[in-house]
Design a protein around this ligand. Structure first.
Ligand code: EPU
Length: 419
């Protein structure tokens, strides 16, 4: 297994450009199933999760072509199969995103039921309840979700809890349903707006994405489109956090600051200076130690759970004590044990971490447990004394494009060790 060797102590300086957003791209690729024509996706990030989504669509009969400009043309108009097999679903839970489009377009789907994962149990009951309300018959059999419906009917659906991929799945399904659906208590993440924008460009009639209520008037069919994937706000936030822990001075390009407001507020709270343009964020950290900041994760527009692990590192080397409450996933503190092995002083009780800032941390051999946990270990390695080796970095390759190359360009010293 490949590892990353990080020699800590360098301040990050310079410019870095964000890649396309993984969590916007995944539902967009799934949405091509709804469409009768070719769809061209631009600025797709080169990531393992994207490859897995292509493998899934390819296994069902989609044609996927890459041109010389690195744009992908996807044609999913005549699928030969409607099944997402366990081998793929177990490596990427976002495979569930093909459920809504398949039932809406082909009247049936067979999707392996995703199990729990490192960050929580992550059930899909909200997705299934909503599809049932649209008239789908759902049977759970042999570890698979078997869904069928001659034609989905529009429904007024209030989600029991806020779910990002659940909102996306049902928004996609409703584009081809009969009548007008109204979805409430929906997720408001920027990726929901991105997906709605893409579906609208395919001819869908969607209003209200980004608010608490989304209205979708079903149409007969969707046409082809070309769509540019916006920048990854979590990747941007991760680089900003990396600058904050290394007394850095960097500019992250390609990102709209509106997508990271809560993260920016908290970064200001650490004593860093932040500047913006419409599509860049600059950060300069002059303090030897950041000021501690309390964090409570919650759905957008609140502080994103996907930035919690990175802020654990900022707080761990801060000059005081802070509290982090994780309210989205029940088990998203796996990185803390590894951080403590590097000299951090963090105590976890349930969903609450109490972090006492320490003067310095030191390198160690540590193990990544999930995508954002891996990012936090890299950040810790960047500000630790000595060498850190991060194992199981396949997690990081799922969601950060060329991370060591981008960080090294900013002055880090990271080497990828072969397996
Ligand atoms: N939940 C249920 N039932 C459901 C759906 C969700 O109980 O049917 C619960 C979950 O267990 C969790 C909470 O609701 O406790 C929120 O989960 P959500 O469904 O919003 O998460 P997701 O859609 O599976 C997406 C991102 C995650 C990100 C979360 C929260 C994608 C592909 N994944 O997951 O991204 O953490 O929203 O913002 O969009 C990552 O990129 O590292 C990542 C994990």
């Amino acid at each position: 297994m490949e590892k990353l060797l990080i020699k800590g102590g360098n301040s990050l300086t310079g410019n870095v450009t964000c890649s396309g957003a993984k969590n916007a791209a995944l539902p967009m690729i799934a949405s091509t199933i709804l469409c009768d024509e070719k769809v061209v996706l631009k600025n797709l990030p080169y990531l393992q999760d994207i490859t897995t989504m292509f493998e899934l669509l390819g296994s069902m009969g989609s044609e996927i072509m890459l041109d010389e400009n690195m744009n992908f043309t996807i044609c999913s108009d005549n699928l030969s199969d409607i099944e997402a097999r366990y081998e793929l679903v177990k490596t990427m839970r976002a495979s569930i995103l093909v459920l809504g489009p398949l039932v809406a377009k082909y009247g049936k789907a067979r999707i392996a039921l995703p199990g729990g994962c490192a960050i929580g149990s992550r059930p899909v009951n909200y997705h299934l309840d909503a599809l049932k309300q649209m008239g789908a018959k759902i049977v759970l059999k042999n570890g698979y979700i078997e869904a069928s419906a001659k034609k989905l009917s529009a429904a007024n659906i209030r989600f029991e809890g806020v779910t990002v991929t659940g909102t996306e799945n049902i928004m996609m399904a409703a584009t081809l349903a009969k009548g007008t659906s109204v979805l409430t208590n929906v997720a408001k993440e920027p990726e929901i707006i991105d997906l709605a924008d893409m579906l609208i460009s395919m001819g869908a009639k969607i209003h209200g994405a980004g608010s608490d209520e989304i209205t979708i008037e079903g149409v007969k069919n969707l046409k082809g489109t070309e769509f540019y994937i916006p920048a990854d706000r979590i990747e941007a936030g991760t680089y900003l956090a990396a600058a904050a822990v290394t007394k850095g001075d960097i500019t992250v390009n390609g990102i709209n600051p509106d997508r990271l407001m809560k993260v920016i507020d908290k970064l200001k709270g650490t004593g860093a200076k932040l500047d913006f343009t419409e599509n860049s964020i600059s950060i300069s950290m002059k303090r030897d130690h950041p000021k501690p900041v309390d964090i409570t994760t919650a759905p957008f527009p609140e502080f994103p759970t996907d930035m919690q692990a990175q802020f654990s590192v900022i707080n761990a080397i801060s000059d005081g004590t802070s509290n982090i409450y994780e309210t989205v996933f029940e088990n998203r503190f796996m990185h803390i044990l590894e951080l403590n092995r590097m000299g951090c002083d963090i105590n976890v009780q349930g969903n609450h971490a109490t972090i006492k800032g320490v003067k310095s941390i030191y390198g160690a051999e540590v193990m990544a447990t999930d995508l954002r946990a891996s990012a936090s270990l890299i950040l810790a390695g960047l500000c630790a004394k000595g060498e850190t080796v991060v194992d199981r970095i396949y997690h990081i390759d799922r969601g950060y494009e060329r991370i060591e190359e981008k960080l090294n360009y900013l002055g880090a010293n990271i080497i990828r060790l072969p397996s």
